[in-house]
Design a protein around this ligand. Structure first.
Ligand SMILES: Cc1cc2nc3c(=O)[nH]c(=O)nc-3n(C[C@H](O)[C@H](O)[C@H](O)COP(=O)(O)OP(=O)(O)OC[C@H]3O[C@@H](n4cnc5c(N)ncnc54)[C@H](O)[C@@H]3O)c2cc1C
Length: 261
């Protein structure tokens, strides 16, 4: 059976590798660890309502994948009125491939890819986030920058709506720390956006300096997320927007199903 060769070890690529391996397929990820990758910054939260009617099926396909591979966690977030809402999440820290091959893929074709010094053959999955455009020009993928801040200590989960489809959220994504994000997604990031995010964190009581700033380009494609078979043995997926955890899982399942047909 051919190997699955994956370009990009973010939420899309890492979930595809893990799901393929679970079905007995050897999978290898190439990822040089580019600055601005979205996945390390993700809160990893998801909710059926966020998927909406349009992505309800993908949501349903994703849940068993996430649960089997990593175990879905739950967190309660309290709003300013004291109402408690339950969310699900999987921390990216448990999804992301720890040791991919640290090389950039320079060229892809049907059933092959190239790095600076080698050509590999197998099934190909291009999951390179906003960088998919470089490997498949004309796709129309673009990035919107967002940042999250990490504070020491575990604080109670909080949520505050900011705008339609956007909230400030603080919760324990990883043990010992509180993860804060406010859904900022801008094509041109300006330093004052960080100041606004930090002011929102302060209004939740996180007034000290964060121990980490995580940022990345959320991949957007007009018309919605893309999962495409672009050759007999080559697929591409991107456009995870604010739902990379769910979409990455649903597309991993779709990829492996199509490979096995
Ligand atoms: C602040 C913030 C908060 C977020 N919160 C959530 C959330 O709560 N829930 C949620 O579901 N989503 C969330 N998201 C969105 C989510 O992070 C993205 O949708 C998702 O990470 C996209 O995953 P990806 O694998 O497509 O892209 P990326 O994570 O960008 O990964 C692409 C990878 O490809 C690699 N690469 C690029 N070019 C090449 C090449 N030529 N060769 C080899 N490797 C290459 C890069 O190094 C990179 O690691 C958030 C995003 C941000 C920024």
């Amino acid at each position: 059976m051919p190997r699955l060769l994956i370009v990009g070890g973010g939420l899309f690529g890492s979930q595809a590798a893990a799901y393929a391996r679970r079905q007995g397929i050897e999978a290898v990820i190439f990822d040089p660890g580019l600055e601005g990758a979205a996945s390390p910054a993700a809160a990893g939260l998801f909710k059926e309502a966020w998927a909406g009617k349009k992505h309800r099926d993908l949501y349903a396909q994703a849940i068993p994948v996430l649960d089997q591979l990593y175990g879905i966690r739950h967190v309660e977030l309290t709003d300013d009125a004291g109402t408690v809402e339950q969310f699900s999440f999987v921390p990216p820290t448990v999804i992301l491939e720890p040791n991919p091959i640290r090389q950039t893929v320079t060229k892809i074709g049907d059933g092959w890819l190239e790095t600076a010094d080698q050509r590999y053959e197998g099934w190909i999955y291009v999951a390179a986030g906003v960088w998919c455009e470089a490997l498949r020009p004309g796709l129309g993928v673009y990035g919107k920058v967002g940042a999250a801040f990490v504070f020491t200590g575990e604080r109670p989960g909080r949520i505050r709506p900011i705008a339609h489809g956007r909230q400030a959220i603080a919760f324990v994504r990883d043990a010992g720390f509180t993860h804060f994000a406010d859904g900022t997604a801008e094509r041109d990031y300006r330093p004052e956006l960080d100041m606004m995010t930090l002011e929102r964190a302060a209004s939740f009581g996180m007034t000290e300096a964060p121990v980490q700033r995580l940022w990345g380009w959320r991949p957007y494609v007009s018309g919605g997320p893309v999962f495409e078979r672009i050759g007999e043995r080559t697929w591409l997926a991107t456009g995870g927007r604010k739902m990379g955890t769910i979409l990455g899982a649903a597309f991993a399942r779709r990829l492996v199903t199509e490979m096995q047909l």
